[in-house]
Design a protein around this ligand. Sequence first.
Ligand code: ADP
Ligand code: MG
Length: 284
Amino acid sequence: RDGTTFPHSLIVGEIGDNGRRLFTAFMSDMTEQVAAEQRLADMQSELIHVARFSAMGTMASTLAHELNQPITAVVTYLGTVRAMLDEAKTGDLPMIVEAMAAAEADAMRAGSIVSNLRDFVARGDVEKSVNSLNELISAAATLASIDARERGISLEVLPMPSDAHVLVDKIQIQQVLVNLIRNACEAMEQSAERRLTISCTMQNADSVRITVADTGPGINGNLASDLFGAFVTSKSTGMGLGLSICRTIIEANGGRIWHEPRQGGGAQFQFTLSRIRLEVADAG
Ligand SMILES: Nc1ncnc2c1ncn2[C@@H]1O[C@H](COP(=O)(O)OP(=O)(O)O)[C@@H](O)[C@H]1O
Ligand SMILES: [Mg+2]
């Protein structure tokens, strides 16, 4: 059989070092899997192209993008094992077990990608209501505090001295806060000082500004200009979707979001929301 045209590094690379010669025997079986991989890649780029600007589209294309690799790997491992069983060589048993374990691990990875994505699903339609800013922040902080405590992070919430109100989708804004808080916690994993501060203030007469600041290493300079783009990540298991979703949500709610270095080190993310005066809300 002719193994030269097949990109076999995927299998050989992942199944231990005794398998090289054996795997070349299965190469004729791989054509189908390469085609499957190509179909997934095509689907992925099409989805990215079609739905670049919608949050649902971002999710769909991320799914295609992220699931492509583990699913292709599972298909490949299972195909390899089937071929091994066909040959029924008793000596292959340890390798069969190893390939099954690899397939299992990749299937689990695919599963965890799906459950991570669930975090980002917008729950139903946009439902705007009048919300106290201080209440929004303290609800998000409560969600975050368990996680923060586990990671040895001290959390400080600075409410507005005199509260302001915003007309927003509460769940969405909390989702933004949770994403920013999660990033901050992840950024501080290796830091000696771990302090997370959430504060808000008046930006001007018509809008408020919320700040999530951390004492992590700050934003990686190479990523800084495109941080809010989809799939931009510095993490090995990251999806690079959190900030992209944040921007979509904030802009849909009439605000702006940006990041800057924190004074004294670390990063801070800020976003604005239009303030409404309660008299106006009551009248309208
Ligand atoms: N608080 C922060 N400090 C340093 N870097 C950050 C912070 N928040 C985000 N980043 C950078 O922005 C990237 C994109 O973040 P995000 O869109 O949430 O995706 P993900 O968290 O999956 O990587 C991160 O990978 C990280 O490099
Ligand atoms: Mg994130």
